[in-house]
Design a binder for this molecule. Structure first.
Ligand SMILES: [Zn+2]
Ligand SMILES: [Zn+2]
Length: 169
């Protein structure tokens, strides 16, 4: 398993990216590197009618950019995401690539916004590390159907998910 995590985003959300990178690295014991992008790659997959980005196509493109790379890549975008039959998604992960959107995480209190972002980032990094959805609503790997689910869950994997992580080499 790679031990490195690259967290990218456009400049407009560099502070948020920094906070997310620090917490994701701490929760999973990875070393995180930040990458500031001039252009948001998500914009290339924006559906002009829906005004949303097709998350799967974006994640797929991210994984093709550097095949066989020895690190995980999480991208943070401000654009809204959707996936398959869902009206929207907070994020999506596949293999060693993932994306999280800040679009639906906004809150009048900035600390609440950051808290939500951290949870969604830790959730998607968990998927990259092999974790599946967890039935425990307090676990970060619980599937968020709505932002209320995100607010209810914690920032950390539950003991059961932690255990699964430890079993893998
Ligand atoms: Zn998930
Ligand atoms: Zn769990």
């Amino acid at each position: 398993m790679p031990a490195r995590l690259v967290v990218s985003s456009p400049k407009t959300i560099s502070r948020e990216r920094g906070e997310a990178a620090v917490v994701a690295a701490a929760v999973y014991g990875l070393s995180a590197v930040e990458l500031e992008l001039e252009e948001d790659p998500a914009a290339r997959f924006l559906d002009q009618v829906r005004r949303q980005v097709e998350a799967m196509r974006l994640v797929d493109a991210l994984s093709r950019e550097l095949p066989n790379r020895e690190y995980y890549h999480l991208h943070i975008t401000e654009l809204d995401l959707y996936f398959d039959g869902y009206n929207f998604c907070f994020g999506l992960a596949m293999d060693k690539s993932a994306v999280v959107s800040t679009y639906r995480l906004k809150h009048p209190r900035p600390e609440r916004f950051i808290e939500r972002l951290k949870k969604e980032v830790i959730h998607e990094v968990g998927h990259m590390l092999g974790l599946k959805h967890c039935p425990n609503p307090r676990c970060v790997m619980y599937f968020s159907n709505t932002i209320l689910d995100t607010d209810m869950k914690g920032v950390e994997p539950c003991p059961r998910c932690r255990n699964l992580l430890m079993k893998w080499p």
